[in-house]
Design a protein around this ligand. Structure first.
Ligand SMILES: [Zn+2]
Length: 111
């Protein structure tokens, strides 16, 4: 559940950000960092969610060998260098371009 320390400005820079989840069974809407048990119908794992805008941007730059969004971010970082990617990441709103997010992002947004 969201907590008080998630206010903008005090969040960890590693956070992917809060996403809007909608229960596919009952339509319950939830803002969270990851899905949980639906508080209304008690279903789990049946959430639709809106991907953050930067995820959609990265998906459009997907390469043939990328397994997920994390690979795309990592590939761009390798090609252009960390500093340029960092600036780019800030421009399109990526919370953090750190390499240790690669696997996490791949599992969150696989191709
Ligand atoms: Zn529900």
């Amino acid at each position: 559940m969201p907590t008080a320390d998630m206010r903008s400005g005090s969040r960890s820079k590693h956070d992917v950000g809060t996403m809007k989840f909608t229960c596919t069974k009952c339509g319950w809407e939830l803002f969270a960092e990851e899905p949980m048990r639906c508080p209304r119908c008690k279903d789990t794992g049946s959430w639709d969610y809106e991907k953050p805008r930067w995820v959609k941007t990265l998906e459009r730059m997907r390469g043939p060998t990328d397994r997920g969004v994390g690979d795309t971010a990592q590939r761009l970082a390798a090609r252009f260098g960390g500093e340029r990617v960092k600036a780019f990441a800030e421009r399109i709103g990526i919370p953090c371009g750190c390499a240790d997010r690669q696997d996490a992002w791949n599992s969150l947004w696989p191709y």
